[in-house]
Design a protein around this ligand. Structure first.
Ligand code: GLA
Length: 455
């Protein structure tokens, strides 16, 4: 038996090994991600990473035959414990870290209803209403503050909200307490579009602040960035914040807003974007909404689980569209697998607005698991047919009339890639229409839509 030093019971060494193993797993997940942990679990116990535990063992080692044996035993048990802990934490992490935006994000954004009058109280009232009206149950989860929440930076450069938002963390906590997620807004430029403080030169610091507050979504709006960056620096500017958000370790959905410049759909995902605006600001009447909506054709290859084309906020319930026009925007956005961001005052909406935003069969088209963006399949002047393939083998088919009077539209199934004999369901009416051979004709109102599920 050895001479000098105390003898350590394996029991007293176990806590050290356990915490070492936990730290190691945490470190590997932070450095290399969840899949690296799984890979490492599959490797030999003699891996370099496992040996990192050895210092914990050596700390307690005695230079004696007995302690050499003990060290070997501890080494083997530490390796086994590492694998077990990694397995359990990896499984746990797998459950927690579902990739963001697997279907198009759904929520609410204040911009069109409130602009720079937005406040803590308004956000809370809309969070309450999102739950009490059934919007949350229909799938809307993000409550997002747009521009105008920012105050000043302190001496250390930390951003603080302005007086309309007394405590951003408390507001985020409130939103979370309703089972909702909390979104915020900034710019890669020195100023936001409304002239508030941007994130230029403070990207990592702001990302850390957002994570500390409990932010779940960042809309990052180009605005004054055009004064400090050239267009060919745009991707790097967006990647900078994308990386900063990732390095916080908090899953924060990244929403790019630069109006479709530089063909953002081609690179948005590569800078960490989960959605990117493909258009200028949509706010306006039917002509503006449909100009943006119908010009999305061709962008389908760039959308899919985790990353979506965003033709901007829904105008339903804001007051510039009539009933048929609102149904048109909602139907088209669902066919486009677009993010569904309600933009209206949720606490004071009509039943009609609520019905349009929450029709489960229409929302299901948007949220379809396959995540395929639809495309224009046929056009005759102001009449258009759009098709979105769905996971169950059926297709959503939208018959749109952009003309100024009602018009019949005939869908010839084979012309749009469907079988010649199909069953049809009207999704707005939530009614089966029966079996049809060859074609189906519906009269579509002015600026209106008929939305079908065809199989
Ligand atoms: C830009 C964006 C809008 C909105 C405003 C806020 O115009 O495109 O969506 O965020 O800025 O100032």
């Amino acid at each position: 038996m050895g001479a000098a030093g105390p003898y350590y019971e394996p029991r007293s060494v176990m806590p050290v090994i356990l915490s070492g193993a936990k730290d190691l797993c945490g470190f590997m997940k932070r450095q290399y991600g969840f899949f690296a942990v799984l890979r490492i679990m599959g490797r030999s116990l003699d891996s370099v990473e496992s040996r990192l535990l050895m210092p914990a063992v050596f700390l307690y080692r005695r230079r004696s035959t007995h302690s050499m044996r003990l060290t070997r035993q501890l080494w083997i048990s530490s390796a086994i414990i590492t694998v077990l802990i990694c397995a359990s934490t990896a499984a746990h992490a797998g459950a927690q870290e579902t990739p963001l935006a697997q279907t198009p994000p759904m929520g609410w954004n204040d911009w069109y209803q409130y602009k720079c009058t937005i406040s803590d109280a308004i956000v809370r009232a809309n969070a309450d209403a999102l739950v009490s009206t059934g919007m949350k149950a229909a799938g809307y989860t993000y409550i997002s503050i747009d521009d105008c929440w920012q105050g000043q930076r302190d001496a250390e450069g930390n951003i603080h909200p302005n007086s309309r938002f007394p405590d951003m963390k408390a507001l985020a906590d409130y939103v979370h307490s309703k089972g909702l997620k909390f979104g915020i807004y900034s710019s890669p430029g020195p100023k936001t579009c409304a002239g508030y403080e941007g994130s230029y030169g403070h990207e990592e610091q702001d990302a850390r602040t957002y994570a500390r507050w409990g932010v779940d979504l960042l809309k990052y709006d180009w605005c004054s960035a055009s004064k400090v960056y050239t267009p060919d620096q745009m991707q790097a500017a967006y990647k900078k914040m994308g990386d900063a958000l990732k390095s916080t370790g908090r899953p924060i959905l990244y929403s790019l807003c630069q109006y479709g410049l530089e063909g953002v759909w081609r690179w948005g995902a590569s800078v960490g974007g989960n959605m990117w605006r493909t258009t200028d600001d949509i706010g306006g009447d039917y002509n503006r909404v449909t100009m943006f909506g119908f010009m999305q054709d061709g962008l389908a290859p760039f959308a899919g689980p985790g990353h979506w084309n965003d033709p901007d906020i829904l105008q339903v319930g804001i007051g510039k569209l009539d009933h048929d026009e609102e149904m048109t925007q909602m139907s088209l956005w669902c066919i486009l697998a677009a993010p569904l961001q309600a933009g209206n005052d949720l606490a004071h909406m009509s039943k009609d607005t609520l019905d349009i935003l929450t029709n489960p069969e229409v929302v299901a088209v948007d949220q379809d698991a396959e995540g395929v963006e639809g495309h224009r399949a046929w056009q005759e002047g102001p009449l258009e047919i759009w098709v979105k393939p769905l996971a169950d083998g059926s297709s959503a088919v939208g018959l749109f009339n952009r003309g100024i009077g009602p018009m019949p539209i005939t869908v010839r199934f084979q012309d749009i890639g469907l079988p010649d004999s199909v069953g049809i369901r009207d999704l707005w009416a939530r009614k089966d229409l029966g079996k049809f051979d060859g074609s189906y004709t519906a009269t579509v109102p002015r600026h209106g839509v008929v939305l079908l599920k065809v199989k």
